[in-house]
Design a binder for this molecule. Structure first.
Ligand code: MG
Ligand code: MG
Length: 251
């Protein structure tokens, strides 16, 4: 995998900080709306209006023809689920809300995972463990780490909690494009350490895994990806900047 990994300028980073702050607010407010009886369409409508009000462009809308601002994936839905008026949240559901934003040509991308209470023990611990997996992944990041070491670390965190990686879905570089080099795999690939990651690199880190065997299938709408075994799925994501001594969360 020979990939040109862009180092961002201070000006580009500042723009990503600004855009990421708005995206963070958008996702927090959208997550606050999650309760029984709310449709995923309502979440999408709110998020789109919020971003546009702040002069930020929803980046998923129109991306390869995707029709919405958010991907709202519930329970066994893993990623890329189109919000609808008929998908109504109910107690016990978990939902990942994934959103991308473009601010002054620079992209940021983030996902929150929230539950509709009361939750089963399995769903409740999946949410807590997902936050823990993302935290311990971010704490591994600093100037000079190797990409495949990072992937190995993510995989170990996921396995530590007894979950399995969805290998087809990965994190990514991000900047002038939503998806830039490198692919940030959530599992160790091969025996090499991969390219070294330098301060000034911006990545979307998104461990994606399931409580089952990690296998997936795509539904007839050609977007929604679900777990093949019907198990619960998790996606949680931040856009981050690698710094000299660690990382900075931009979303
Ligand atoms: Mg995303
Ligand atoms: Mg992403």
């Amino acid at each position: 995998m020979n990939q040109q990994i862009a180092i961002k300028t201070q000006a580009e980073i500042e723009i990503m900080r600004e855009g990421g702050k708005i995206l963070h607010e958008c996702l927090q407010l959208t997550a606050d709306m999650v309760k029984p009886g709310v449709s995923t369409y309502e979440l999408d409508k709110f998020a789109e209006d919020f971003l546009r009000k702040h002069d930020v462009v929803p980046s998923f809308k129109g991306y390869h023809g995707f029709p919405a601002t958010l991907c709202t994936s519930v329970n066994e839905q893993v990623v890329h689920t189109i919000p609808t008026k008929t998908q109504i949240l109910k107690p016990g559901d978990i939902i990942s809300i994934d959103c991308g934003a473009v601010h002054k040509k620079m992209h940021t991308d983030s996902t929150v995972l929230v539950g509709v209470h009361p939750l089963s023990n399995q769903a409740d611990s999946l949410i807590k463990n997902s936050e823990d997996i993302l935290d311990s992944t971010l704490n591994f990041i600093r100037d000079g780490i190797y990409l495949n070491d990072l992937s190995e670390h993510i995989e170990k965190q996921i396995h530590r909690h007894g979950y399995n990686v969805v290998q087809e879905l990965t994190g990514h570089g991000i900047g002038y494009k939503l998806h830039e080099p490198p692919h940030v795999l959530n599992y160790k690939e091969g025996t090499g350490r991969g390219p070294q990651l330098k301060a000034g690199t911006t990545l979307a880190i998104e461990p994606i895994f399931t409580t089952g065997n990690g296998r997936i299938q795509t539904l007839h709408d050609k977007w929604t990806i679900v777990t093949a075994d019907g198990s619960l799925a998790s996606q949680i994501e931040h856009t981050i900047l690698i710094t000299e001594d660690g990382y900075e969360i931009l979303t």
